[in-house]
Design a protein around this ligand. Structure first.
Ligand code: PMP
Length: 389
């Protein structure tokens, strides 16, 4: 086995979900919703499955989906994309990340990444022979500044991987932060992979700032999106990459030998969904924000302190401010015996430092959230007495 994979364990998401299934714990660990998806998008998929083609679609994606993606970003983010030359449909954002990293990283290239980081980034960068340069982001706001970028960029920097909105930080990188990043990217002639899968799940009237809307980054960025997040259909694995023609040509080379194509019926349904009126997207955001508020209010009443959540399906408990001194991993381990699965934020760091932060997924129905609040309230006293093993 390649030593990178040999040294790797099973991901915590899989482990926690398996333990939740085995013990009957409420699973607020892995990020998947239990409601909130549009029935008409499912109907469109069913119709396409039964009456459309089930053979290989074009490698870059169905023309109707690529057109829909371009129209969608024009309407929602003011970004103009040439659907034929600048959009590649992938099997989820995960494949897009792999395709982009494999296409753009050569051995020895330095890649700037921000920690906490989504778990797929580092193994892919290392497998491609890249040299990671990690920029730490700190709670409660998880933002980078000029000094942090200056310390990370060198003359060997080729690529930056940015996740915005950020999972697990639930924070947004605003236009000013993107402009600052652009200064360094342009000065080092680097390329950005922007994982924007959470672009529509932003709350409290804030707007997502895309790298493609920043003129200096427009032609040196690969923007990654995912229908799984936009439509709360995480199992669908329909994603895409949007990038200037020259970059898109490089991306197509790696995409062709990863998956080549993505199920055409799901692509047709996503094309239908992306054309929904903006009301649908606003209602979706309102519903998830309401779930966030329900969990936050309930946990605050039970004595927990929570970090802000400006987007994504996640909110984190600030353990120290909640009177809990044990390590985040020890707390997650103990909490599952109290009936709730959560993810310790230290797993989103290369060296797993203690973060004092526990991530919860609030994309659940009210009764599930209320039951989780009750169990967390009952567990708090025991958690405050917990000692590190
Ligand atoms: N990037 C981020 C930041 C994510 O949170 C996720 C899903 N949890 C993905 C990528 C993967 O998306 P997909 O399911 O479309 O592969």
């Amino acid at each position: 086995m390649n030593p990178l994979y040999a040294a790797m364990g099973t991901t915590i998401f899989e482990t926690m979900s398996a333990r939740a299934r085995a013990t009957g714990a409420i699973n607020l660990g892995q990020g998947f919703p239990d409601s909130g998806w549009p029935q008409d998008v499912l109907d469109a998929a069913a119709t396409a499955l039964l009456s459309g083609s089930n053979q290989y679609p074009p490698m870059a994606g169905l023309p109707e989906l690529r057109r829909a993606i371009a129209d969608h970003y024009r309407a929602h983010q003011g970004v103009d994309l040439d659907w034929q030359a600048e959009i590649t449909v992938t099997s989820g954002a995960t494949e897009a990340l792999a395709a982009a990293i494999l296409a753009l990283v050569s051995p020895g290239d330095e890649v700037v990444l921000f920690q906490p980081l989504y778990d797929a980034y580092l193994p892919l960068v290392l497998r491609a022979g890249g040299v990671p340069r990690l920029v730490p982001l700190r709670p409660p706001h998880w933002q980078f500044d000029r000094a942090a970028l200056a310390a990370a960029f060198t003359e060997r920097t080729r690529l930056v991987i940015l996740n915005n909105p950020l999972n697990p930080g639930a924070s947004l990188c605003d236009r000013a932060a993107l402009d600052l990043l652009a200064e360094f990217v342009v000065a080092h002639d680097a390329v950005v992979i922007a994982d924007e899968v959470w672009e529509h799940v932003v709350f409290d009237g804030t707007a997502h700032a895309s790298v493609l809307a920043v003129p200096a980054l427009r032609d040196r960025s690969v923007k990654i999106g995912s229908a799984g997040k936009i439509f709360a259909l995480t199992g669908w694995k329909v994603g895409w990459m949007a990038a200037a023609p020259e970059l898109s040509r490089a991306l197509a080379r790696s995409h062709q030998f990863l998956t080549f194509t993505t199920p055409p019926n799901l692509q047709a349904a996503v094309a239908f969904g992306l054309a929904k009126p903006s009301d649908w997207f606003e209602a979706m955001r309102r519903d998830f924000a309401r779930s966030r508020d329900r969990l936050v209010t309930g946990l605050a009443a039970a004595g927990y302190a929570l970090l802000p959540s400006a987007g994504t399906w996640f909110v984190s408990i600030d353990l120290a401010a909640s009177g809990i001194t044990a390590a985040d991993t020890a707390v997650a381990d103990a909490l599952i015996d109290h009936g709730v699965a959560a993810i310790p934020v230290s797993v989103f760091y290369a060296d797993n430092p203690e973060t004092g932060t526990l991530r919860l997924c609030f994309a659940k129905g009210d009764t599930v959230l209320d039951a989780a609040i009750e169990r967390l309230a009952a567990a708090r006293e025991a958690l405050t007495r917990l000692e590190n093993p």
